[in-house]
Structure formats: structure tokens, C-alpha cells
Design a protein around this ligand. Structure first.
Ligand code: 8YV
Length: 323
């Protein structure tokens, strides 16, 4: 039996590529350059399966291929707002993602950004490296206290709950959250979390706001100029979800005007480009989409894609099917 032809759009950890190679006719993107629209279209036309990442924009136009051969898209990552799943469905293409395996590491990074923005870690590092530090003094770089404060979580799924666990049990924080779906009372109790009826209620109450909702149209610019005004002037915003959830220009204005105290960002609308005004904000900590970037997790993500791929080609329902 001929092996299905599978394209991996970016380089993955060696162990995963080796496991894929054993079972599939694997095509690798040897030089690891992001694929363009024509490349993705050719992949959908010629491959049995394509394994994309957040750097591949699979919008409706990319699916307009005559007789696409591809039947399976195994996304490497939990967020899939870069894939038009409706278009995939129309073309009979199954889509899967990689939940669970990256929740810990993404939650760790959200906490890292929360601490870094509150304690001015980026600014401090720049000062030391720039040889601009004149020595200790009581008024030097005072930041915001974290322990005992209120954390507002928008999107109380797997990652949001891991952040709540760290904040509540590690930093003695009170947790309030908004999610369309209320968590079970025992989950709320374990995480010291209380649901609020609206995003605005969370924003008004929280000293820190961390975003863990999906991206895409449904949450496009959920945090805009108006919503930033609802936050406390002493509050910090953390985004490890998707860039489009925040209006970057409005955030830069809010950071400059003192509408909020600071921000920690891992994701950007239109990344890898970053809004110039944000780049100039001293009170923003900016990371290059590192949420799941640990060696263990990147292997686990690849293995999770492989599980879904194997199930699909064995004629079974893939466990992490999203479309
Ligand atoms: C991934 C992420 O690295 O899984 C996600 O949704 O944001 C990241 O952790 C990225 O999406 C890879 O495709």
C-alpha cells in the first residue's frame, strides 16, 4: 500500500519528523521559510495531508483549488484562527489541533509576562545592559505588587485554568473570569475563581487581565480603546492568546496615556510585524510568540498531530478534530 503523502510546512523537532517518516511519504520544508499562498495552494492540490502552523494563512482563497487532493489538515498548535475552517469543511477537509499538551507552558509564559510587566523586568534589563543604572535607591523602578491582587481571566478553558491555578495557589491571587460557559462549581472552588457576567465586569475589577480566548472574527479587537478605559489605571494586560484580540494601536495609546500601567504581549495582529507605537512603549514587555516554545512541549505537540494523522488514515475519528 502506498504511504499517504504528507507535507510538514515548517521544521519540527527531529524526534517527531523521524516518527512521521516511518509511516508517511514525508515532504519537509527543508529551509524552514514561511510558505506563501501559492505554496499552500499547491500543497492542498498535491498532498494527502498538510500539517500547518500559525505562520501559514489558510484563508478561503487558498482552498479554491481544483480537485484538491488533501483530505486532512493537522494543525501544529491549539489556536487555529489562521485556518478558515468553514472553507476546509466545504472542501471536505478534516482539521485537527493540539490541545492539552501546551497548556502548562503557555500558562507559565502568561505568568512570566504578568510578573515581567508588573516588576518592570524588560525596562530593568535594558537599563543594566545599556550601562544606564546609577545604583540602588528607594525610588528606583517601582512596579506593581502581584501577590494577593486580583487576576481577571478572559477565556476560562484549559490554558486560562492553568493560569488561575498558578496565580491562586502560587501567588495568593483572587481570580475572576469571564467565559460564555461557566466552569463547574468544584473547578471554581479548586482554582479560587469566580465568574463574572461580562468581560467589562472582569476588566473593572482586575489588577491584572490575562487573555485566553480564541482569536479570529469572534474576538476581533475584543480589547479596544473603550475596553482599555474600563481597566484600572494601575492594571496590566497580558496577551498570550492571539494578536487580533487586542487593538494594538489603542493599546499603545493607553500605555502612553497611563490609561493602564503596563502590558505583556506574546502575540500580535499581523505578526511577525509589531505595531511601531507598541515597540516604543517602555511599559510593554514584548515576546516573539513563545507560548509553547519549550523542547518538551514542541515534541508533544508534534506527537499529538501524529496521533490525529494516524487515526484519520486508519479510518477513525481523529481525537482532536475541530472541523
Ligand atoms: C504555537 C500557539 O506555537 O498553539 C497555539 O495556539 O499559539 C503556539 O503555542 C503555534 O500556534 C504553532 O502553530
Amino acid at each position: 500500500m502506498t504511504k499517504p503523502r504528507v507535507l510538514v510546512t515548517r521544521r519540527w523537532p527531529e524526534a517527531v519528523e523521524a516518527a512521521l517518516k516511518e509511516r508517511y511519504d514525508l515532504v519537509l520544508n527543508e529551509d524552514d521559510r514561511p510558505m506563501d499562498e501559492d505554496g499552500l495552494r499547491a500543497a492542498l492540490r498535491d498532498m494527502d495531508a498538510v500539517l500547518p502552523t500559525v505562520s501559514d494563512r489558510l484563508d478561503a482563497a487558498v482552498f479554491e483549488v481544483e480537485n484538491p487532493k488533501a483530505r486532512f489538515l493537522g494543525n501544529y498548535g491549539v489556536g487555529y484562527s489562521h485556518i478558515d475552517t468553514e472553507a476546509a469543511k466545504r472542501h471536505g477537509i478534516v482539521v485537527t489541533n493540539t490541545p492539552d499538551v501546551l497548556s502548562d507552558c503557555t500558562a507559565d509564559l502568561a505568568m512570566a509576562l504578568l510578573l515581567a510587566s508588573a516588576r518592570r523586568i524588560g525596562e530593568g534589563e535594558r537599563q543594566v545592559r545599556g550601562k544606564a543604572w546609577s545604583g540602588w535607591h528607594p525610588m528606583h523602578m517601582q512596579g506593581g505588587k502581584v501577590a494577593g491582587k486580583t487576576l481577571g481571566i478572559i477565556g476560562f478553558g484549559r490554558i486560562g485554568r492553568e493560569v488561575a491555578k498558578r496565580a491562586h495557589h502560587g501567588f495568593d491571587m483572587k481570580v475572576v473570569y469571564f467565559d460564555k460557559y461557566p466552569a463547574k462549581p468544584e473547578v471554581e472552588r479548586d482554582l479560587g475563581a469566580e465568574r463574572r457576567d461580562t468581560v467589562d465586569d472582569v476588566l473593572a475589577e482586575a489588577d491584572f487581565v490575562s487573555l485566553h480566548c480564541p482569536g479570529g472574527q469572534e474576538n476581533y479587537h475584543l480589547i479596544d480603546a473603550e475596553r482599555l478605559k474600563r481597566m484600572k489605571p494601575t492594571a496590566y494586560l497580558v496577551n498570550t492568546a492571539r494578536g487580533e484580540v487586542v487593538d494594538g494601536a489603542a493599546l499603545a495609546e493607553a500605555l502612553n496615556a497611563g490609561t493602564i500601567a503596563g502590558a505583556g504581549l506574546d502575540v500580535y495582529e499581523g505578526e511577525p510585524k509589531v505595531n511601531e507605537a507598541l515597540l516604543a512603549c517602555e511599559n510593554a514587555v514584548l515576546l516573539p510568540h513563545l507560548g509553547s516554545a519549550t523542547k518538551d512541549t514542541r515534541i508533544a505537540m508534534g506527537m499529538r498531530v501524529l496521533q490525529n494523522l494516524d487515526a484519520f488514515f486508519a479510518g477513525k475519528e481523529p481525537p482532536d478534530r475541530v472541523a
